[in-house]
Design a binder for this molecule. Structure first.
Ligand SMILES: [Zn+2]
Length: 495
């Protein structure tokens, strides 16, 4: 397994384990092992000069473009998030106060007092954001927390920059034991505590439902006034961070896209055209019956990407882009974002970026984060759309599969879900096989039939949705299709 084949693509929450762990990936490549820019005559391959130990024509770009175009839905990261996800969304609804199940009456009373004080701070913050009043916002920040005051200025400025439709903060629960004695002494005041706060925010013109995350907020009461003293203390494993809390953001708007960059305004602007083009390419195949909007996040650093995804350090060093629903539970209409890996995206080159963004945008259009379609169809279709928009020679795009077919190893079945897993050894072949299955349908029956086939499976409520679609749309069984597809692969590979 070469170092770039270890990534997988997972689309649904059920593939995320109970602790919200995401895709496990191989280790970071050694420093200085950089990749050369894309070769446009053979756009899916790069030659790496000077690496010595590696063979030329390592198919880095293809694997980045295909195998590493990961999309997944992050599940609730820890028990608190589960609770929050199950709790009512209305901040005024019952359940916003901590439940003092095993606490003594005094402790319960203290808990309620803390919740009331904390909620009052959050309400002031929300009002300040709504009224675009920076002074009022900064009045809620602990005057002694100088570093956090600097972050709070950035956060306020970010929230003013983003096209916010709604913004809410909801006090969910507190944990009096979370702060160490040293930290409590450092904070001073009459009391200090850590609370989990649900933040929900909607991007006007893009989101049909608000994005939702949970932030640990540190509160301190001094001289009778309660303040917020941190938004980032004791993050739990898997806990995601909103992009606007990670550094100054620049926003660029296109006809169909919103690009939010932690890098620079120029960077944000440069992606707008690529994203708009991706939306148009997807609509050409999928039709215009979707929102035709994408939101791209461009982190400047790897750890920012990890923060957005709630991932452990170095989890995504090999991943070009991730499509995620910014919600703790998967749902149709969830706000979906494409998160780019800053380093790999840069290395992909212009054409590679277009392929990856078109692939990911296909998932956005077809609501793949909440769909019953099998992975081979979701991935094959996304690649079909991407390669229709950016044509690539078969010999390059299906290199690994052709090699296998020429060696007599013609696939006996459509790729299984496991073959798209992070650890799958034949991940490139799975993508290539899925892509050519979709292309065969389009060549045999026309592109419109391919879309119809996809939709029939996508909208089916039956467990036999796929078999039904083979029969009703293509007039054949899956076995008959596989036999035809095997011949097609042999013909293409010249085997
Ligand atoms: Zn994909």
């Amino acid at each position: 397994m070469s170092r770039l084949t270890g990534a997988g693509e997972q689309r649904r929450a059920e593939v995320i384990d109970e602790h919200g762990d995401t895709v496990p990936l191989p280790v970071t490549p050694p420093a200085g092992d950089s990749q050369e820019p894309i070769d446009h005559r053979q756009p899916l391959y790069v030659t790496r000069a000077g690496t010595g130990s590696r063979p030329p024509f390592t198919p880095i770009i293809k694997k980045v473009a295909l195998g590493l175009a990961v999309c997944l839905v992050i599940g609730g990261g820890y028990a608190g998030l589960r609770r929050i996800a199950d709790a009512p969304a209305d901040p005024k609804a019952p359940g916003a106060h901590p439940q003092a199940t095993s606490a003594t009456p005094d402790q319960a009373q203290d808990g309620v007092r803390r919740a009331v004080a904390g909620e009052a701070v959050l309400q002031k913050m929300t009002d300040a954001v709504e009224n675009d009043n920076r002074t009022e916002f900064l009045d809620t920040i602990d005057p002694k927390a100088s570093a956090f005051r600097t972050s709070a200025r950035t956060i306020f400025s970010n929230l003013s920059t983003l096209p916010l439709g709604t913004f809410q903060l909801r006090y969910v629960s507190d944990d009096t034991g979370a702060l160490t004695p040293n930290r409590t002494a450092e904070l001073g005041g009459t009391q200090s505590w850590l609370a989990q706060v649900e933040v929900s925010w909607q991007l006007s013109g893009y989101d049909v439902k608000p994005a939702r995350e949970t932030l640990p907020v540190t509160f301190v009461t001094r001289d009778g006034t309660t303040y917020a003293a941190s938004f980032s203390e004791r993050f739990a494993a898997g806990q995601r961070r909103p992009i606007w809390a990670l550094g100054p953001v620049d926003v660029a708007k296109g006809k169909h896209s919103l690009v939010v960059s932690l890098d620079s305004e120029a960077e944000a602007k440069s992606y707008v055209a690529v994203a708009d083009k991706a939306v148009e390419s997807v609509s050409k195949v999928w039709g215009k019956n979707w929102r035709q909007k994408v939101i791209i996040y461009l982190p400047a650093k790897q750890d920012q990407m990890e923060g957005i995804l709630g991932a452990a350090p170095n989890t995504y060093t090999q991943i070009a882009a991730v499509t995620m629903a910014e919600l703790d539970t998967p749902a149709v209409g969830a706000p979906v974002r494409i998160v780019a890996n800053p380093k790999l995206f840069e290395e992909l080159g212009k054409q590679g970026r277009r392929i990856v963004l078109t692939h990911e945008t296909t998932h956005v259009a077809s609501t793949a984060t909440a769909s019953p379609v099998p992975l081979w169809l979701a991935e094959g279709f996304a690649d079909y759309v991407a390669f229709t928009a950016v044509p690539v020679q078969d010999e390059s795009a299906a290199k690994e599969l052709f090699k296998a077919v020429r060696a007599g190893k013609v696939p006996t079945a459509l790729p299984t879900p496991e073959s798209f897993a992070a650890s799958a050894t034949e991940l490139p072949q799975a993508y290539e096989a899925a892509w050519l299955a979709c292309r065969l349908i389009a060549e045999r029956e026309g592109q419109a039939k391919l879309v119809k086939f996809y939709l029939a499976v996508h909208t089916s409520k039956s467990t036999t949705g796929l078999a039904d679609a083979f029969k009703s749309v293509l007039g054949m069984t899956e076995a008959e299709f596989v036999a035809e597809w095997q011949k097609y692969l042999e013909r293409l590979a010249g085997a």
